[in-house]
Design a protein around this ligand. Sequence first.
Ligand code: SAM
Length: 358
Amino acid sequence: MVATQPVIDEQKLHAFMGKAVGDLAGASVIAMCAVGDRLGLFKTLASGGPASSAELAARAKVNERYAREWLGGMACAGYLTYDPAGKRFTLPPEQALALAQEASPVFVGGMYELFMAEIQPFGQVCEAFQKGGGVQQGVYPGDFWLGLERFTASWFENLLLQQWIPAVPHVEAKLRQGAVVADVGCGNGKALVKLAQAFPNSRFVGYDAFAPAIATATAKAKEAGVADRVQFQVRDVSKGLTEQYDLITTFDVVHDAVQPRALLKAIRQGLKRDGSYLLLDINCSDKLEENIGPLGAVFHGVSLFYCMTTSLAEHGEGLGTMGLPPSKVDELCKEAGFGSVRRLPLENPFNILYEVRA
Ligand SMILES: C[S@@+](CC[C@H](N)C(=O)[O-])C[C@H]1O[C@@H](n2cnc3c(N)ncnc32)[C@H](O)[C@@H]1O
């Protein structure tokens, strides 16, 4: 059978080519932003004010030719403004908040670092498309963990104590009195260090299956002076917990897990009868058509290049970044033996926070 040639609508083609070029620009901008983040160029512009390429090069101790190319790209992308008369570039204050102010509520530098690290196993991801399997966590460079920590630091600095814990007043009261708390999938430990600093009567344990994250978390707790009340242990929690807790948390963990069902069962068994489990996961729908848009595209990308793929590498369930919408949280928590799942009333396009109880 001879395939009929589709009729090309020139206007639609034109519109799509505009979009394709925009996306290509976005990818180039991310790579340039990652350079600016790594070499402190945004921070130098924010602290030192407008600069020519020679001035930026001198202040940031980089080569002028490279600085000039980078500044040109960032100005074309609308990240910097350019004054042709003085040949100077300015980082406007709104952009500075997002690009130069570490842990501000809108800081995106960690995302650039994370993105560049997550696409490094590109060849292995393509191979997994053809042969199955996935990419193991240990394959990703150390920058992945630094980027992740800097990205989620903005939640733990701006939301954890200000919105998330106050959204469950009975949990806050217990933490004040003295509670035993576990953070499962604690990564580099930032959330527990913040909680320990805020609630001196409570005791905290962070678990992560990835040993290098636990080594970093342990060092961070020491540095913050809370090591007497915060411990970190390497543990695959899907194999069980040995203690019972007043509060268990998972921040962006369950959709990544190799065995999310076993993980939730272990959490259920590790929760005291009157305890609370705070589960933070991705804000998404179980209908693809409701996820269509830029955030949906970003989440699917993270899933392909990390979340789904690291789970499949271990023959896991591979839920993926968008694999845990509210309906699935409900289903998996009920299956694990929990009695109630409550979505806390917080407005956040990225995440949903649930209180899950026995
Ligand atoms: C996306 S990271 C989030 C880290 C941290 N909660 C944060 O927000 O920065 C997910 C973490 O969960 C850990 N993890 C996944 N499954 C686990 C399991 N079964 N037991 C312990 N840790 C697990 C991974 O090693 C990884 O560090």
